[in-house]
Design a binder for this molecule. Structure first.
Ligand SMILES: CC(C)(COP(=O)(O)OP(=O)(O)OC[C@H]1O[C@@H](n2cnc3c(N)ncnc32)[C@H](O)[C@@H]1OP(=O)(O)O)[C@@H](O)C(=O)NCCC(=O)NCCS
Ligand SMILES: [Zn+2]
Length: 210
């Protein structure tokens, strides 16, 4: 069975010195974030990825070589790639998640925003059937966001990102599995894994890495 580990960190776990382990490309992106929260989420994502791989390889975190080259434009803002592991990074609100396995993975977490423009977003991202099934009550934002994380997890696993038309992704594509993950109240998260059978999923706290 395919095994995937999903590691969760929280924004308050970030310390400035984590930036010492970033490579020049990451330093450039880190410096370019204007908002402190965006900076912290990015740094924590980089740190979890680096420390996971460093532990596996018994190497210093700073020596891990990561490639984020975007297949569309060549800039370093694409999916994180490393030798010997498949990875996916996600952030929202206070949470940062990293999935690691030996087959392509896509992880997406979203903080549920009760004030979300569900109708506007649903038109561009849901199929007719999904739109019709969306509840009209107070669960509407949460249900929509769950659909959204499922679709994002798929496009992050395939590497297509938002190039894909989310309206056409109404379940796992052939050869992929979707797993809804338990996260903090007020958040929803989905993991997509390229696997013929449901994966084993181990959830871990990033605290032990930090
Ligand atoms: C990445 C994306 C799929 C999800 O983004 P999101 O839900 O807003 O944000 P998340 O925090 O869940 O995910 C961001 C992470 O996804 C990863 N990612 C970026 N592009 C990705 C892709 N094509 N496939 C898989 N993962 C991707 C990165 O690791 C990124 O985190 P990091 O940069 O801190 O390492 C979406 O924003 C996207 O497709 N962006 C690209 C859109 C675009 O126009 N890009 C320009 C192309 S030139
Ligand atoms: Zn690009």
């Amino acid at each position: 069975m395919t095994e995937v580990e999903v590691w969760w960190g929280r924004i308050e776990q970030v310390r400035d010195e984590f930036a010492d382990d970033l490579d020049p490309v990451e330093r450039g992106r880190y410096a370019a974030y204007v908002r402190a929260d965006d900076k912290a989420r990015f740094l924590l994502g980089c740190t979890i990825v680096r420390r996971l791989l460093a532990n596996r390889l018994s190497l210093p975190a700073a020596s891990i070589r990561l490639d984020r080259t975007c297949p569309e434009c060549g800039k370093p803002h694409g999916k994180v790639r490393a030798d010997g592991a498949e990875l996916s990074v996600t952030h929202s609100g206070d949470l940062v998640g990293v999935a690691i396995g030996d087959r392509p993975v896509g992880l997406d977490v979203e903080k549920v925003d009760p004030g979300l423009d569900v109708d506007g977003l649903a038109r561009i991202s849901l199929s007719e059937a999904e739109l019709a099934a969306l509840p009209r009550n107070g669960e509407r934002a949460r249900e929509f966001t769950t659909y959204w994380t499922r679709k994002e997890a798929v496009v992050k696993a395939t590497g297509d990102g938002l190039r894909a038309d989310l309206r056409t992704i109404t379940g796992p594509p052939a050869g992929f599995q979707l797993v809804e993950l338990e996260v903090d109240a007020g958040y929803v998260a989905t993991l997509a894994v390229m696997s013929p059978e449901p994966p084993g999923v181990r959830t871990r706290s990033a605290q032990v890495l930090i």
